[in-house]
Design a binder for this molecule. Structure first.
Ligand code: SF4
Length: 452
């Protein structure tokens, strides 16, 4: 039955309506694209996929019979399609209770889930002569970290931003696709996954937090459930997950305990842009009514190791000296760990350019410099507090004199680095993409120095 000398063969039974047929076509296309072959008979297949129908009783019975036959004739069966969602009288999954030996069950339109089950139960060795792209896709980042884009576009209309006019409203990727990409990246050796979007907290809003399937289990298209699932997956591979562009909606509070438990990195990139409520109103920022100081304090209480990164705009149109001072007072109190501040830049097409009382360029720059000066002191103090601690570092670079890496508090490209002296053991060489525990011996405003 096995085809050891050839590509793996998958048998396919397609039942149901034209929508199910399209699902079958997509699965078969993907199988072929990945180099799997289709088998014409049960005994010529290494695995069988049954796409089921659950519309009327007769169709249910036909599907259950087809699964039974495939199990009897072949033994390795993955089930997809409408019947995958049906429950029996006791509320259990119908297919699992009738045919407990099936390897995986998904609902309809679950290409990524089906492919993930195929990869698990019938992995295909990567063939460099046949496969044009590696399973994790082509990545522009170094091999040990990768960006995972979970959505495109944005439903907000911040007055300084033209992204929605270029990229349109929010479109969230199906959760199973996101998880499959994450799994492929981890399998390919990625040690740090950086979750990105325009607005990570809004993930799933456009699809009303639709339930998808991952590993045969229902998962909602929602930031909290995605973060939980990614954290669990990353733990299997000993990898990090870092969240970017998280707007401070109330449900962000649910993610902080996951950070405290070490499921995802205790790192929150929240672009606040300003602190004064009137400026935030003119900016038309999402979640601007939240009490951000109280939120930050509560998050730090829940997760004392939390690193907060944020960006701010100085000299937004109409910003008075009093509003600017309010921002400085906020920053003094909030003690943001990693902060970027930009002087307002009138991007062409941004509605903020039409607001009254624009701040002259020179003053915008001056205010930016004042923010950065204040932040320098805060940053220095927070970095100094790390001296003497032993912190886990992911190495990005190995040099003759040691290595350069990052802690949980440092995202690549935008935050600081740790300069690592090599370990004491003479034969032990540092490697790029390796985690090392580093005792911190010195710090400046952005970077750390330590010994592995
Ligand atoms: S700045 Fe505002 S409008 Fe622009 S992408 Fe972010 S949330 Fe959306």
């Amino acid at each position: 039955m096995s085809n050891a000398s050839q590509n793996p063969k998958v048998g396919f039974v397609s039942l149901g309506c034209p929508k199910a047929l399209v699902d079958s076509e997509q699965i078969i296309t993907q199988l072929r694209a990945e180099g799997y072959e289709t088998a014409k008979s049960y005994d010529g297949a290494d695995l069988v996929i049954v796409n089921t129908c659950g519309f009327i009783d007769a169709a249910v019975q036909e599907s259950l019979d087809a699964i039974g036959e495939a199990l009897h004739e072949n033994g390795k069966v993955i089930v997809t399609g409408c019947l995958g969602k049906k429950k029996d009288a006791a509320g259990n999954d119908l297919i699992q209770s009738v045919h407990p030996k099936v390897l995986a069950v998904t609902g309809p339109q679950a290409l990524a889930d089906v492919m993930s089950a195929v990869h698990t139960h019938l992995p295909k060795p990567h063939d460099p002569f046949q496969d044009l792209v590696p399973p994790q896709g082509v990545k522009l980042t170094p091999k040990h970290f990768a960006y995972l884009k979970i959505s495109e576009g944005c439903n907000h209309r911040c007055s300084f931003c033209i992204i929605p006019s270029m990229r349109g409203d929010l479109v969230s990727r199906p959760i199973a696709d996101v998880m499959l990409e994450a799994e492929n990246l981890f399998k390919a050796g990625v040690k740090e996954l950086l979750v990105i979007s325009q607005d990570t907290s809004a993930y799933g809003v456009d699809v009303k937090f639709r339930t998808g399937f991952w590993n045969g289990k229902p998962v909602k298209t929602h930031m909290t459930q995605l973060t939980t699932a990614l954290g669990e997956l990353a733990a299997q591979y000993g990898a990090w997950v870092r969240l970017h562009y998280v707007y401070p909606y109330p449900h962000v509070d649910e993610v902080i305990p996951l950070m405290a438990e070490g499921k995802v990195l205790p790192y929150l990139d929240v672009p606040l842009q300003h602190a004064h409520p009137d400026v935030l109103k003119r900016m038309k920022r999402p979640a601007s009514g939240e009490k951000n100081i109280e939120r930050i304090q509560a998050w730090r209480k829940m997760c004392p190791d939390l690193t907060i990164r944020s960006t701010f705009i100085a000299g937004f149109p109409g910003e008075t000296e009093e509003e600017f001072q309010y921002l400085l007072d906020f920053l003094k109190e909030a003690e943001i760990d990693r902060l970027g501040c930009f002087a307002y830049s009138p991007v062409e097409g941004a509605t903020a350019n039409e607001l009254a009382n624009p701040v002259p360029q020179e003053l915008r720059e001056e205010r930016r410099a004042r923010v950065m000066e204040l932040q320098e002191g805060i940053s220095k103090k927070r970095m100094q507090a790390k001296v003497g601690k032993t912190i886990r570092v992911l190495l990005d670079e190995v040099t003759p004199s040691g290595g350069v890496g990052r802690t949980a508090a440092d995202a690549p490209e935008i935050d600081g680095v740790v300069h690592v002296k090599p370990p004491f053991e003479p034969h032990r060489k540092l490697k790029v993409g390796e985690f090392v525990d580093v005792t911190i011996t010195a710090a400046d405003t952005h970077d750390l120095w330590g010994e592995a």
